[in-house]
Design a protein around this ligand. Structure first.
Ligand code: GDP
Length: 298
């Protein structure tokens, strides 16, 4: 199942028409490079990354005649080259419980992703506990309980409005007592109130470290791929609040112009652990750079 990139056909197909594929040859000149650049920018790749891709495509080929298929392959090769280093599953450690802090703005797909991850880890033979750390949103806690039930994983909650850090501490105690392999901690994502959120996350991390100085072992930032270039700002914001160790990109099945993944990889080099490709519990895939590049450019 290849992630959709929101276009019918990929970028290059859209520019030249899908049918001209192997037959028509075009000169790789400045005008074409400019068109390719615009195309990449329109797919949310951002100017810097788009320029890097087209410059690499042009190297040693300016003035040469290429078939549309060759142009596609060249572009896919450059995109793959940027994406390969970031395609890494979430690392698992011997230390248990391994504490996974999940951060991201509300609506990015945090709750859904935690449910999907819980099921995947459980299927891999791990015992998993979830902590519903967004204690201020009753609806978020309920949703997480629904996902926990779907995954067959216990969800630890605290009364509405109570301190998320103390829930996280209790959850670590419980996870430890039960010999759980993984503890997934949901967090709030109220970016409207940045200072509060920063303090809340800092406190959760501080309290977790009292129990285990090496925790959290992973800090996953969940990003909605349909937010385009805004995802870059979210990375910058959350990196100020927590030591983000990896990304999960959601909604790549939708209207996402997947180019933002390339911009993220190029700019931050953070691992992409998984991609969300739907609203069902098994709609979480490993990130495959070649498949992604082919779908984006094809
Ligand atoms: P949270 O506020 O960050 O916890 O976000 P939720 O997990 O509640 O997700 C917000 C919305 O996005 C829900 O309607 C989800 O069904 C939807 N969603 C989450 N992940 C995906 C995905 O990979 N693909 C699609 N199409 N929808 C998703």
């Amino acid at each position: 199942r290849a992630p959709s990139t929101g276009q019918s056909g990929g970028l290059v197909g859209r520019l030249f028409g899908a049918k001209s594929g192997a037959v028509v040859r075009r000169e790789l000149d400045d005008e074409m490079l400019e068109q390719l650049e615009e195309l990449l920018i329109s797919a949310d790749m951002g100017v810097d990354t788009a320029l890097r891709v087209t410059a690499a495509m042009a190297e040693g080929r300016l003035g040469k005649k290429l078939s549309v298929d060759e142009i596609k392959a060249l572009m896919a090769r450059e995109v793959t080259r940027i994406m390969e280093p970031v395609a890494k599953p979430m690392p698992l450690y011997a230390k248990t419980p391994q504490v996974v802090l999940v951060v991201g703005v509300n609506g990015s797909g945090k709750t859904t992703t935690i449910g999907k991850l819980a099921l995947q880890f459980k299927a891999a033979g791990k015992s998993v506990v979830i902590a519903a750390g967004d204690t201020f949103r009753a609806a978020a806690v309920e949703q997480l309980q629904v996902w926990g039930a779907r995954a067959g994983v216990p969800v630890l909650t605290a009364p509405e409005g109570s301190d998320p850090a103390s829930l996280a501490f209790d959850a670590m105690t419980k996870a430890e007592a039960e010999g759980a392999d993984l503890l997934l901690i949901d967090t709030a994502g109220r970016l409207q109130n940045r200072a509060d959120l920063m303090e809340e996350l800092a406190k959760i991390i501080r309290v977790i470290r009292k129990k285990d100085p090496s925790a959290p072992h992973n800090t996953l930032l969940v990003l909605d791929a349909t937010t385009g270039q805004n995802a870059l700002l979210q990375v910058e914001t959350f990196r100020k609040m927590a030591d983000v160790s990896g990304l999960v990109m959601t909604k790549l099945d939708g209207t996402a112009k997947g180019g933002v993944l390339v911009a993220l990889a190029d700019k931050f080099g953070l691992p992409i652990h998984a991609i969300g490709v739907g609203e069902q519990i098994d709609d979480l895939d490993a990130f495959d750079p070649a498949d992604f590049a082919a779908a984006l450019t094809g």
